[in-house]
Design a binder for this molecule. Structure first.
Ligand code: NAI
Length: 250
């Protein structure tokens, strides 16, 4: 129970990596806000977390809207009494060639995947400083923040920015006792993957050492660890949870 008395917001908590992160953090004793666009899904996940013996509240948010993220941070403090952590994880992808990608389509992914992380860091850290608490931010990047993938021009840009914001956020916030780290998942077996045809899923899985998609619980356990003091030496870095994808060719 090394996260007892911690109060952590998880965005995108209704599904996939966020859902499993809520459960992994609850198992370590953290109280939680399950924040998502999908409020029914967030409610269900909050009930699962409560069943593990922690406080958990669902909150409907569009993370691409600054004022909604600010209100989310206020809600967390109102319900949990403090804020000591935030998992900036909600994200989308939309595979499209650069030639077909119009400005609206480009900006949508940038707003949800990139601007949301700035809003989380900005409003979350301001609140922690105001409360005088130390805290930890974990941001979900991607292997596609480090390497390009066809059809992912906007996603590549957004996730590279998340890796950069993790570094500069850590530098800016260290003097306040706030740590900022990232996680870069490989190909994860979540609803985000469900639209990918079977053949394409197999070719993605083949880029992992185990030749399988990674289960979201495995990313969640890395995330939960990053929130603990046992990970206090990790700051500003983005840790790959990618079954070898970035390290070598299989
Ligand atoms: P998912 O689709 O299962 O879950 C994403 C959640 O975010 C959903 O519950 C959705 O309702 C929520 N969401 C989307 N837009 C939102 C918004 N504007 N405001 C609030 N909530 C919103 O996806 P998954 O796979 O769990 O993805 C989580 C994160 O992991 C994303 O940032 C994604 O880019 C990243 N990632 C996923 C990989 C994969 O292979 N599945 C690989 C690398 C990174």
């Amino acid at each position: 129970m090394d996260l007892k008395d911690q109060a952590i917001i998880v965005t995108g908590g209704a599904s996939g990596i966020g859902h499993e992160a809520v459960l992994a953090l609850a198992k370590k004793g953290a109280d939680l806000i399950v924040a998502d666009f999908n409020i029914e899904g967030a409610e269900a996940v909050a009930r699962e977390a409560e069943a593990l013996g922690v406080k958990a509240f669902a909150y409907k948010v569009d993370v691409s809207k600054a004022e909604e993220v600010e209100a989310l941070v206020d809600f967390a403090v109102e319900k949990l009494g403090t804020l000591t952590g935030m998992f900036n994880n909600a994200g989308i992808s939309k595979v499209q060639s650069l030639l077909e990608m119009d400005p609206a389509s480009y900006l949508k992914v940038i707003e949800v995947d990139q601007h949301s992380v700035y809003y989380g860091l900005h409003y979350g850290a301001k609140k922690m400083v105001e409360l005088g608490v130390k805290g930890v931010f974990v941001n979900t990047a991607s292997i596609y923040g480090s390497v390009a993938a066809k059809g992912s021009f906007n996603y590549n840009a957004a996730k590279a920015a998340v890796i950069a914001m993790t570094r500069s956020g850590a530098l800016e916030l260290a003097e306040h006792g706030i740590r900022v780290v990232g996680v870069a998942p490989g190909f994860i077996d979540t609803p985000m993957m469900k639209n990918v045809p079977d053949e394409a899923r197999a070719s993605l899985a083949a880029q992992h050492v185990t030749n399988q998609l990674i289960q979201p619980e495995k990313v969640a356990s890395v995330v939960a660890f990053l929130f603990t003091d046992a990970a206090s030496a990790v700051n500003g870095s983005t840790v790959a949870a990618d079954d070898g994808f970035l390290a070598f060719k299989v």
